[in-house]
Design a protein around this ligand. Structure first.
Ligand code: HEM
Length: 150
């Protein structure tokens, strides 16, 4: 197994388990266990940010964007390119809203959350959760096509 394969597979696994743990954390909030909810959401976010940074570094050191899939049979496939762009746009938007949500919610915790900030928090929380599922599903497709598993 080569180094690149191990890194991108690890990043994929982190991306796929993130919505699972986030869902569990949301269940904890529903049970009013807000401390556990906060702890799990923060840890999931930290792991995902670390994974994205590692992936970015790998892409840079491998020769920049495009270097990851240059040997794939799908490299010139317009369907692959479309899925890749849709994945990147969705992932970037999700991570922007997620970062805002984590920072704001940690600051407002036990002040206006629960409280005035709850409605906004819940709405953004659902948006981020859907974004995490979308990012995971599209990442899996990009991964399988990049490594020619499909
Ligand atoms: C780490 C920072 C976070 C803190 C301090 C926090 C805190 C809270 C609190 C106190 C509630 C209960 C609000 C209420 O019932 O009035 C809540 C609910 C909720 N949170 Fe978070 N949260 C955080 C991160 C997140 C993230 C990242 C997401 C989404 C991925 C999320 C999704 C939700 C959802 C969907 C609910 C509503 C649960 C329900 O249906 O009752 N939270 N959060």
């Amino acid at each position: 197994m080569d180094f690149t394969f191990i890194i991108i597979t690890t990043v994929l696994i982190v991306t796929l388990v993130a919505p699972v743990f986030s869902y569990y954390a949301i269940k904890k909030a529903r049970q009013k266990d807000f401390k556990t909810h906060k702890k799990i959401q923060t840890i999931v976010y930290a792991f995902c940010i670390a994974a994205v940074l590692v992936l970015e570094l790998l892409i840079r050191f491998s020769g920049g964007s495009g270097s990851m899939f240059k040997d794939s049979s799908h490299a010139d496939n317009p369907v692959f390119k479309t899925i890749l762009i849709a994945h990147i746009i969705g992932a970037v938007l999700t991570y922007i809203v997620w970062t805002f949500l984590i920072i704001k919610s940690r600051r407002k915790f036990q002040k206006t959350l629960p409280g005035k900030f709850s409605v906004t928090h819940k709405r953004l929380g659902i948006i981020v959760f859907i974004g995490l599922v979308y990012t995971g599903v599209t990442a899996l497709i990009v991964y399988l096509m990049t490594l020619d598993f499909v």
